[in-house]
Ligand binder design. Structure first.
Ligand code: ZN
Length: 189
């Protein structure tokens, strides 16, 4: 995704070209943050309230930076997850849809109604298309309201997806494929 193990000289790009070969994205990927992965059991540290406050601090810390992806899951219990592309003060949030979920992890019709009631928009497609955004439940673009983002995530994870505070919750952060503002948010420039 970012730096390749290239044997090339200086006149060859040592960084994987972005979706459009954007020079700004290339530089940002070169400077960009490493992948990070945390795993926390909320019940061991103040429950969902403290966990939510920590997630808010994470979004406040990275929200204005070049775009990163944040994926939150609870692998021990379910395939369900929430994720967000966040950067330059804007966020695109998603909640997993049945396009990606199997067996017990699939979302019931009743749960889908709850997602819609909470404000999630219905997935745009019914199948995965690698060239497009994933067909997950999604929110309209969020402009800096990270508290709302955290509240939506926690309400979804705990209230609908069945995340349990006694089990580890994984948080993975990594640089977006195209982290510059113009590539991340072409409709916002
Ligand atoms: Zn770019």
């Amino acid at each position: 995704m970012r730096v390749t193990n290239s044997e090339s000289k200086n006149d060859q790009p040592a960084i994987t070209p972005g979706l459009d070969g954007c020079q700004v994205c290339r530089q940002l990927r070169f400077e960009g943050p490493e992948d990070r992965e945390y795993s926390i059991v909320p019940a061991k540290g103040g429950g969902w309230q403290a966990w939510s406050a920590a997630l808010l601090r994470l979004f406040q810390r990275i929200g204005a930076h070049p775009t990163q992806a944040v994926v939150i899951n609870q692998d021990a219990l379910t395939q369900r997850y929430v994720q967000v592309l966040i950067g330059h003060g804007i966020a695109h949030a998603e909640a997993s849809s049945n396009v990606y979920l199997m067996n017990d992890s699939r979302i019931t019709t009743e749960q889908e109604e709850l997602l819609a009631a909470l404000g999630w928009l219905t997935p745009a497609e019914t199948e995965d298309d690698p060239g497009k955004m994933p067909p997950n439940w999604y929110l309209p673009p969020i402009h800096g309201d990270w508290l709302m983002l955290v509240e939506m995530f926690v309400a979804t994870m705990v209230g609908i997806f069945g995340f349990d505070d006694r089990f580890p919750v994984g948080i993975r952060t990594f640089a977006a494929e195209n982290p510059c503002k113009a590539c991340s948010w072409p409709d916002e420039s």
